[in-house]
Write a protein that binds this ligand. Structure first.
Ligand code: C5P
Length: 236
């Protein structure tokens, strides 16, 4: 499948049209940004790791009945996906307090939450992706009530599948961000699931093995991304 016109270039990915109007090609880049683009850098081979990890996770989710945009891997950095129209809402799930939630609510990072917390953010770079609630989602017409209901159902299911999958690899799924899109009238999972979009801590040591290593200048950034991929690929 050949790449045609570039439709979109984001912070970590480029999306291209193909000859088939129902399919796009996603190309994963090594560029890394944090704090809404204030911090910029490169994580060598991140694009290769994230392309493989996202493919692996999308395949597992599909097996578990969670429809998503992944079709097939085309190369080191490219995957063929369904041409979804992304809804401008970031969906965040938290199992353990960390990052912006810990800061905003004065919680200690690492506190296990009694129940998973679901947050919505308005996907808007100029506004810095502000936290919003379901009423805002509807008022801003970012998604319909039915779409929100479906997003919530899928999100909690994804959390259960992924928590179980990661723990088998000695990784705790602290929190993660999802994006959904519309494809032929249905809400399906899109974007990526990778150490860029998840917090993953080693189950024994709580060592951070995700993008916080880049955000917080913790070192061993490339090694941590690779470590996550190795663990996911190896069956214990
Ligand atoms: O920064 P914050 O604590 O709100 O992030 C929660 C989760 O969502 C983290 O796993 C982070 O990697 C992910 N996230 C993301 N893209 C964003 C914001 C957050 O992947 N724009």
């Amino acid at each position: 499948m050949e790449k045609l016109q570039m439709l979109y270039e984001g912070k970590a990915k480029k999306v291209y049209k193909t000859k088939n109007e129902d399919q796009y090609i996603v190309e994963y880049k090594d560029d890394a940004t944090a704090f809404n683009g204030e911090k910029k850098g490169t994580i060598i081979n991140k694009g290769i790791v994230n392309n493989q990890m996202a493919a692996l996770i999308f395949a597992i989710l599909k097996e578990q009945g969670v429809d998503n945009h992944y079709i097939e891997t085309l190369s080191d950095r490219e995957m063929l996906v369904k041409a979804v129209k992304i809804l401008p809402v970031e969906v965040i799930v938290r199992n353990v307090a960390a990052g912006s939630m810990a800061k905003r609510l004065g919680m200690e990072e690492g506190k296990v939450l009694k129940a998973p917390v679901l947050e919505f953010c308005y996907k808007n770079d100029e506004l810095g992706d502000p936290l919003i609630n379901e009423d805002h989602v509807m008022a801003l017409e970012l998604a319909t009530e039915e779409e929100i209901k479906r997003i919530k159902e899928l999100t909690f299911k994804i959390n259960e599948v992924l928590k179980k999958f990661f723990i088998e690899k000695d990784l705790k799924l602290i929190d993660f961000k999802l994006e959904f899109g519309l494809y032929k009238g249905q809400v399906i999972l899109a974007d990526e699931i990778s150490p860029d979009t998840c917090r993953l801590w080693d189950v024994h040591t709580n060592e951070k093995l995700d993008k916080d290593r880049f955000r917080r200048d913790l070192g061993k950034v490339e090694e941590s991304y690779q470590e996550v991929l190795n663990r996911l690929k190896n069956s214990k």
